[in-house]
Design a protein around this ligand. Sequence first.
Ligand code: ADP
Ligand code: MG
Length: 256
Amino acid sequence: MKVWTVVNQKGGVGKTTSTISIAGSLSAQGYKVLLLDLDPHASLTYYLGFDAENLTSSLYDVFCQTPSEPFDIKQALQATKIKNVGLLPSHIALSTLDKRFGTAPGKGLVIKKALEQLGSQFDIAIIDCPPVLGVLMVNGLVAANAIVVPTQTEYLALRGLDRMLQTLEQLKPTLQDEVLTLVVATLFDRRVNACLASYTKMRDNYKAHMWRGYIPVDTKFRDASQQGLPINMIVKDSRGAFAYDKLTNELLKYAA
Ligand code: ADP
Ligand code: MG
């Protein structure tokens, strides 16, 4: 199983939308996909129709296990309405982990080890990270074969991108050797000058990591989230669905 981690230290840049859209694209191509919601806000979990506050098991249990009381990650697994897509849901209690574990050794490997238990049940796991650098984000990054950094095409987001790439550089010794880092321009509107300027700047400054395409602004994403489904299951031939198909194929080419 390969792991693709979606991350940015900024909120509202399209992380959860990217996670669900890539999953939809993979599902349509026949892949078995496992989604992990590592964000204590549980947006992905709610998106998929689950009430994160009332689930009996979640990723929180994976972090709380001890050698004497191990937790089988399969217990937290939920089936979704998307064909061949499973979910390991979030729980608000995930937000307490930084305080509890801080920099305790070994706590960055919890998710990587837990996923190894699943063997070949899934082809690709996609991890939706919180916008906070802490135990959860580190767990997502350490497990990754590919790191996808959605970045809104606007001036302030570029500064966030700088910060995110610096973080990745600092964590490099703990990341997988061959990890692919792909910066993805999101919420791109070609009619807006500020978008065009930011996009050009991104391509100039981050050449090594930039995906050559972009994700356009598309109102169909809102319809999709309302129905709790990926965009390609709502309007297959929308610009948004088409863009995420292209991104997914790029990831399949280099990190599958
Ligand atoms: P994050 O997970 O980074 O906080 P989200 O994926 O939740 O960001 O996106 C934030 C908001 O922007 C959501 O309401 C989402 O529906 C919307 N959105 C994301 N990407 C697009 C897009 N390409 N076009 C239009 N709306 C989008
Ligand atoms: Mg999110």
